[in-house]
Design a protein around this ligand. Structure first.
Ligand code: AKG
Length: 333
């Protein structure tokens, strides 16, 4: 069964700059991720414990509780679960310059239901863009102060997804697909979007207060525009136009909130993050060009990591130079 968007959904997306698609993925899509991430947790906890970096691997706890407890002791824990290397131009701690590249994560990037939806917006030649994140967000009361403004773990400030890209991708057709692995509610920090904000085009971003790379759109631009909360059940997705302004607030529930945000672009266009590998996820014109092998995907990321750590990749991973002029601007105060 195909899962393409209807004409009404496409029109709504074009009008609002976002679209929630409830219940796209079912348990057959999601359980492999639960299992793979539980195994990652076992491995990482055992390793950190054996290195003396955590006091107890806490095997008896559920995934969510275990993550929430362990990240207090080891604030970089989130990096082991992410589906991207960190946005650090000059990494100095190789252990934490890491990510997860398992087959279930790769299957999600290639999920046919997601690709049908993406095809409705981008057309039939689709590449998986390496700008992608896993967000495992513990309850706010359990977070250590250094992680409150780390957007993989705490709040996500108002932003457009283009802010994370190099200028090479200014004209790239980019689509964000945000996937809920746990139900996202207003209480646990679902996404909020400014309706129609994509029509503003690229807007000013200011450097993050606590974490400089967490750029944000200043309040004077948000003004009193209509903010829409986007709660979705587990397996639901939310699409974003690359210029849509959106954020996620703190998790005020008592459970972990877990999502993936994936990005796709039209094949052949710059990804905006050349240090990291993308791949052709769907091609109606040349199906042989599609990548189906999770081992190859993992190898590409391993090579990217080696190239960065060994200084063979000399360009920036991300670059905020275009916003430098706003660092001390009153609009960012
Ligand atoms: O899940 C989140 O907290 C933020 C996601 C996001 O901002 C994005 O997908 O661009």
């Amino acid at each position: 069964m195909a899962h393409h968007l209807t004409a009404e959904q496409i029109e709504q997306f074009n009008e609002d700059g976002f679209l929630a698609v409830p219940s796209l993925l079912d348990e057959t899509d999601l359980i492999p991720l639960d299992e793979e991430y539980a195994a990652v947790m076992d491995d990482v906890a055992a390793r950190l414990f054996s290195e003396g970096l955590i006091s107890d691997p806490r095997r008896e706890l559920s995934f969510g509780e275990r993550y929430s407890r362990l990240i207090v002791e080891y604030p970089e824990l989130h990096r082991f679960f992410n589906v991207s290397l960190p946005l650090i131009n000059t990494p100095d701690k190789p252990r934490d310059f890491c990510m997860h590249t398992g087959p279930a994560a790769f299957s999600l990037l290639r999920n046919e239901k997601i690709l049908d939806v993406v095809e409705s917006i981008l057309g039939p030649e689709i590449s998986s863009n390496p700008v992608q994140q896993v967000r495992l967000k513990p309850p706010i009361q359990m977070l250590s102060p250094e992680n409150v403004e780390q957007s993989n773990v705490g709040i996500t400030t108002w932003h457009q997804d283009t802010v994370a890209l190099l200028p090479e991708a200014d004209d790239t057709s980019l689509l964000t697909v945000w996937v809920a692995l746990t139900e996202a509610t207003v209480e646990n920090g679902c996404l909020n979007s400014i309706k129609g904000s994509h029509k503003l085009g690229q807007v000013i971003h200011c450097p993050g207060v606590q974490v400089a790379s967490e750029m944000f759109v200043p309040d004077s631009i948000i003004g009193d525009q209509t903010e829409v909360a986007l709660p979705v059940k587990r397996g639901g997705i939310v699409l974003f136009n690359k210029h849509n302004i959106h954020c996620a607030r703190s998790n005020h529930s008592t459970d972990l909130r877990w999502s993936f945000d994936l990005r796709y672009n039209c094949t052949g266009q710059p990804t905006g993050r050349p240090a990291f590998p993308g791949f052709i996820a769907r091609s109606r014109a040349n199906p042989d060009s599609e990548l189906h092998d999770p081992v190859q995907w993992k190898r590409q990321w391993d090579e990217a990591r080696d190239n960065i750590l060994n200084g063979r990749y000399t360009g920036p991973i991300f670059d905020q130079a275009r916003w430098d002029e706003y660092n001390d601007a009153p609009i960012c105060a």
